[in-house]
Design a protein around this ligand. Sequence first.
Ligand SMILES: Nc1nc2c(ncn2[C@@H]2O[C@H](COP(=O)(O)OP(=O)(O)OP(=O)(O)O)[C@@H](O)[C@H]2O)c(=O)[nH]1
Ligand SMILES: [Mg+2]
Length: 435
Amino acid sequence: MTIKTYCKRQRNFSEDKTNTSKEKTILIGVKRQTEEKGKAEASLDELAKLAEAAGASVLYKTIQEPRQINPSLFIGKGKLKEIKDILHLQDADLIVFNNDLTSVQQRNLEGELGVKVIDRTGLILDIFAQRAKSKEGKLQVELAQLNYILPRLVGKGDSLSRLGGGIGTRGPGETQLEVDRRKVRDRITKIKKELEKVKKVRRLHRKRRTHIACSTISIIGYTNAGKSTLLNCLSSAGVLVEDRLFATLDPTIRKIKLPNNREILVSDTVGFINKLPHQLIAAFKATFEEVNESDILLHVIDVTSPYVDGHIHSVNNALKDIGVSHKPVIHILNKTDKLKNNNSVVSYWKRLLDNCVAISARTGKGIDDLLYKIEGIIPDKQKMVRLRFPANAGSLISKIHKNGRITRKDYVGEEVIIEAEIDRKLARSLEAFSF
Ligand SMILES: Nc1nc2c(ncn2[C@@H]2O[C@H](COP(=O)(O)OP(=O)(O)OP(=O)(O)O)[C@@H](O)[C@H]2O)c(=O)[nH]1
Ligand SMILES: [Mg+2]
């Protein structure tokens, strides 16, 4: 596939969606013999939700269990015929595989079936491309897409280019391929540089936040679990909530007050999903840095889903991938308003998971319990202090202004009395002035 054909495919896909004519889609899952049937079906149901989130309408779903994977087509001849028969009856525009395809398999399948074929990763990248709004989000998605297409840019020069060119490697085909590859690599380098700049700004913001000694927590969890609804419930943030996979791409940060009046920062994050493309995890590293810097993680779980187990497992794996599995976690069993037999499901999960709170982010039930739980766990980085300074200690006073929250400032004779909430470290350095 060349860049031109890739871009054209993406353009066509997006244009179809803006015309509101949904792409009619067939989904194919290939089940390994060791995989449970229920799991493979659940994964295909999830692929259907992903396809819908991308703007497609699903006509047909099928699972194949081959004894051996056919390297050139991925599926067997029998399944290929079944798909051809369906295509004969139904006018589908797109076939989505639940498994990763090589570019050769993708091309061969398109040749055999005469319709566009994409894989799960390509589909998820498309959703992210549609949803990215901020400059950083767009750059991250583009980076992931370029890393996805780079090994897919194939042609006659594919193996020859690795040998360094020379006799037998020249010709218009290879030259175009090399140009394409170079363009992609150049763009990747440029995006990485731009992301580095954005990262610096982020770091500065974060430094300011840590300076003002505010603890931070991140809301994480499987896509559609109710993370943004929870942030809205805690802070009236007005974050977009949708019954769609991957509604949130750009992290939102809001300040909230705990029952003891302490202020903390809470951030919403992009959701996880089973088989989240590694290109996306790599590209969204900067976003996940927020999670890395958090004092606590709030793991939101849609306790009404039939796949709670798998979702928790995927999230825990993703947390390991981004290196934050050592952080304290509060497990939040969400959407309890939907449970008919509330107690048994909730108590089942409470037995299995540590630090559990049952809530409904929609109705607000259980939110107080959650706030008390956060209060009990979050490290106390701040301290209330009472200080007396000589009038000429202006630089120390401005340090408190910058890094803390002053609640009282009085001039008494030649002295200044200050009451403030400041970082414990700063409090220690000012101990000589306390009274
Ligand atoms: N009944 C019920 N529905 C909820 C609750 N919390 C969230 N929802 C619904 O679940 C859907 C997804 O909610 P979001 O808050 O967008 O979920 P999210 O985890 O932010 O999803 P992504 O950003 O896509 O990863 C929406 O339709 C919400 O209205 C709840 O407590 N009860
Ligand atoms: Mg969200």
